[in-house]
Design a protein around this ligand. Structure first.
Ligand code: DGT
Ligand code: CA
Ligand code: CA
Length: 573
């Protein structure tokens, strides 16, 4: 049993006792114990065979030691189980509503029978809270606003949103006097597709100054907690941000630790132990002696490891890669030369062919493919054969009036529910670039989904499968695909696969993109832009590719346009 899991149970115990109006000293004792357990670098579970050993931990007395022992031996604390029966989970959830402390929750539950967030909302909406003694209209309004926060808490935020606010706040805090270094850590630095919260790390001569600035920041909605070197605030949508101020000699160790992932850190810590060293967020130590900590580079080097790009710190392949020699250079945004999936006003885009080409050119792209929808997507005014042929003529015209960028004639062709393509072969044959996609019937059984994919893969004119699973991150499940069969078929028929860079799609994901690489399938990262601004989303596709361990050679649209077209010709031949 990990320290974190043990601490969580005592934290919950404290919380439930508090709701019941228990003695505040007792509540605080449990809470302090939870804190001490979490902070300890030694395993509590390993000490649980002896009460005496447990009592050596700070903040743990006789009573707590006994409870820990029972917890480790049986997996639960009997008192906690009892409390959970007495206090419904909905009441505990009410504690997460900003503006509602344990005393108020206790009163609402015990005296007014409110047992869930829904009941709380109803009562507030019916103006029944305002009349309760000690509450009033103001509290009732605060509860209604707080309910929104409580209900969105726990939901993860797309990387695109998280990264933007994290970097904005980081930039603003860097200008505070005395701030020597400030970095974004956590899942945001690892470019994970969603972030649970944001982690900022600062080296600052006056921690108070930087915390004051954060407290007054326009993106901060509320202060959750503030200590001497640590502060937590709430941003929009309930997103939390943790700021930690650390000394210069520990900055690298802290950056390494708080970048994570947890799984990556576990391996590092074990490796340190094997070298008779101790690694934590303060540094790498031999006994009391600090060996490294000022920079990440120093820490990794002392462990005989390269500085891993944050994107691959997941304990998946990075340690095996490091064994094999220098790390491969992962693909970078600047390597991308073409953007091969985008829409215009002909279907559901917001700009013309020429405008999209100009915008792509200004972003340094050397070629694009215009890939409007096919007719099945009637909602998006998808193109039938005559409209498509006319659209391609318009592309030829547009090409004449712009230099320095090549415009390919493409189509995003639907793979219909009955496993046929939305456009006939004699039309597809005339395209430079055919993306085949599933849009409808994503819930069909695996057998039919595979039949549809195979129909596209075996069609001689299809170049690539776009956003293969159709998933929307955290919102819509992927289609039921047999990935081994799918990718083997793509490799055999020389069909490429897309990493759709839209932050809501990121489809293929990192795991499947790595599987595609393994089979030598060329991968194309595309923005699926529906307007200019979307072209800047390319970075998120590149992050996902990096998380998959992909290099420039794995990504077909890093090729110059002629080499890319040659690759297409070969695939068809
Ligand atoms: P998130 O916030 O859920 O998107 O993911 P992270 O990775 O940002 O996780 P977070 O914010 O809980 O913690 C930031 C980093 O701190 C995490 O990646 C690794 C490190 N860390 C946090 N708790 C632990 C722990 O109990 N053990 C170890 N080894 N590292 C931890
Ligand atoms: Ca985080
Ligand atoms: Ca955090």
């Amino acid at each position: 049993m990990q320290n974190g899991a043990i601490a969580a149970q005592f934290e919950e115990l404290a919380e439930l006792l508090e709701i019941q109006g228990a003695n505040p000293f007792r509540v605080r004792a449990y809470r302090n114990a939870a804190r001490a357990i979490l902070d300890s670098t030694e395993s509590i579970a390993a000490a649980a065979d002896s009460i005496a050993k447990l009592r050596e931990f700070p903040g743990i007395g006789e009573d707590l030691a006994k409870k820990i022992q029972v917890l480790v031996q049986t997996g639960s604390i009997p008192q906690l189980a009892e409390l959970r029966e007495q206090v419904p989970a909905g009441v505990v959830a009410m504690l997460r509503v900003p503006g509602l402390g344990p005393k108020k929750v206790f009163a609402l539950f015990q005296e007014h029978g409110i047992r869930s967030l829904d009941e709380l909302r109803l009562a507030a909406e019916q103006n029944r809270i305002a009349g309760i003694k000690g509450f009033g209209k103001k509290t009732q309004d605060a509860i209604l606003k707080g309910l929104e926060v409580a209900e969105s808490a726990g939901r993860r935020v797309y990387l695109s949103e998280a990264k933007q606010v994290a970097e904005q706040i980081a930039e603003d805090l860097r200008s505070v006097p005395g701030v020597a270094q400030l970095e974004v850590a956590g899942s945001c630095r690892r470019r994970k597709e969603t972030c649970g919260d944001l982690d900022l790390l600062a080296e600052a001569s006056q921690p108070d100054a930087i915390m004051d600035r954060l407290a007054g920041h326009r993106l901060v909605e509320a202060i959750i907690a503030r200590g001497d070197t640590k502060m937590s605030v709430r941003l929009f949508k309930g997103l939390q941000l943790d700021l930690r101020v650390v000394p210069a000699e520990s900055f690298g160790a802290a950056l390494q630790y708080f970048t994570g992932s947890k799984e990556h850190n576990v391996v590092l810590r074990r490796r340190a132990q094997d070298m008779d060293l101790k690694l934590n967020e303060w540094g790498l130590f031999r006994g009391e002696q600090m060996v490294a900590g000022r920079t990440e580079q120093e820490v990794y080097a002392a462990l005989g490891l390269p500085v891993f790009p944050p994107e691959i710190r997941e304990n998946r392949t990075e340690f095996a890669l490091a064994e094999q020699g220098p790390l491969p250079r992962l693909v970078e945004l600047d390597d991308i030369r073409g953007d091969l999936h985008m829409h215009t006003t002909a279907s559901d885009g917001s700009a013309s062919i020429l405008e999209m080409a100009e915008a792509a050119k200004s972003r340094g792209r050397e070629y694009i493919a215009i890939t409007d929808h096919s007719k099945r997507v009637s909602m998006a005014n998808g193109l039938d054969a005559p409209r498509l042929l006319a659209h391609w003529k318009a592309i030829d015209e547009a090409q004449k009036s712009i230099k320095g960028i090549r415009i390919l004639k493409g189509i995003e062709c639907d793979i219909l529910e009955d496993a046929t393509l939305d456009l006939p072969d004699d039309v597809l044959e005339q395209a430079d670039w055919v993306i085949a996609v599933l849009h409808y019937g994503l819930q069909q059984p695996r057998e039919q989904i595979m039949k549809r994919l195979m129909c596209a893969i075996t069609n001689p004119h299809v170049d690539i499968i776009g956003h293969p699973t159709g998933r929307l991150v955290d919102r819509r499940k992927p289609a039921d695909i047999d990935f081994d069969v799918f990718l083997d078929a793509c490799a055999k028929h020389r069909v490429m696969v897309e990493i759709n860079a839209n932050p809501a799609r990121l489809d293929l994901d990192d795991i499947h993109a790595a599987a595609a690489k393994k089979r030598g399938i060329p991968i194309v990262i595309s923005t699926d832009a529906h307007g200019f601004a979307d072209m800047d989303l390319m970075q998120f596709g590149v992050f996902q590719a990096r998380r998959a361990g992909l290099t420039r050679d794995d990504i077909a649209n890093t090729l110059p346009v002629d080499a890319f077209l040659e690759r297409l010709r070969q695939a068809k031949g």
